[in-house]
Design a protein around this ligand. Structure first.
Ligand SMILES: [Zn+2]
Length: 279
């Protein structure tokens, strides 16, 4: 872990935060959820994954990290699963809005939500509500930055599986019991060829996996709380995933820094004469 070099908001004084924002006004908000992760990984896995990725990112780029709220929102099919504590969508949207609006008061103008849990149903709404409030916010799931996952993983990325368990083994092995790792999963309500799974490259005739009621409630569907194959998890895969995600995120931060000086709100800049979309 890189805790010592990560810059966390909650560890600093208000004058320190103001001084940081004058030099670099980007802040990253890691978010996860409280959710069961099978018999082998802890219920805080998504928070720990978000926090671990954020710490590696901050150690590499010097970016400010906002404190991670432990609770998140959940797709409908997670509700009622023992171990899960879902926030209502409205609660989670308001939580994100309030955190980012609060951080803006200290001089931060660019925000990146780093999610390690399937909660685009609230994060995307929060982004657009913040846009209406003139606040620049990007929201990504680490799956989005692992579209080259086949170079690292043998299976897709779902839940408490090869991907998440590998990251857990790399970031917080003390909470993982591989003797209980297993395979599991259910079946989608339409053929899987129509569904873009997490981090999968999209193809023709496919919908993103949160664009429909594709799943039965997990409490009826899942036998062991796993979707995928946790037995294939390794520390090396976890390290490769973290390095890949942090690499792309560092590029994104560099792009934002190169375009907009500290103190500049990207939403208030003038458009260039030539549109890059027509090239
Ligand atoms: Zn998870």
């Amino acid at each position: 872990m890189t805790t010592a070099k990560a810059i966390w908001w909650q560890n600093l004084t208000a004058p320190d935060l103001l001084a940081h924002a004058r030099k670099d006004d980007i802040a990253v908000l890691p978010i996860g959820a409280i959710e069961q992760h099978g018999p082998h990984c802890p219920c805080g896995s998504d928070d720990f994954n978000a926090i671990g990725l954020a710490e590696h990112l901050s150690a590499r780029t010097g970016v400010m990290l906002l404190p991670c709220p432990m609770y998140g929102s959940h797709p409908f099919h997670h509700w009622g699963m023992p171990g899960n504590i879902p926030l209502r969508f409205e609660t989670h949207i308001a939580l994100i809005e309030d955190i980012i609006k609060g951080a803006k008061v200290a001089g931060f103008n660019k925000f990146i939500i780093l999610s390690a849990h399937g909660q685009v149903s609230s994060t995307i709404v929060a982004v657009h509500k913040l846009g209406l409030a003139n606040i620049f916010t990007l929201s990504l799931h680490w799956y989005d930055f692992l579209r080259d996952q086949k170079t690292i993983l043998e299976t897709g990325m779902w839940h408490a599986d090869e991907a998440e368990t590998s990251m857990a083994l790399y970031l917080y092995p003390q909470f993982v019991d591989m003797s209980k790792a297993d395979k599991g999963g259910g079946a989608p309500l339409v053929d899987k060829r129509f569904i873009v799974g997490p981090g999968m490259p999209a193809g023709p005739g496919m919908m993103y996996h949160f664009e429909g009621t594709f799943a039965r409630p997990e409490v009826r569907e899942l036998k062991n709380g796993i979707i995928g194959d946790a037995t294939r998890a390794t520390v090396a895969k976890g390290e490769a995933m973290v390095t890949t995600v942090v690499g792309y995120m560092a590029d994104l931060i560099e792009d934002i820094r190169s375009r907009y000086a500290p103190g500049v709100n990207p939403l208030e800049t003038e458009p260039p004469a030539d549109s890059p979309w027509t090239k």
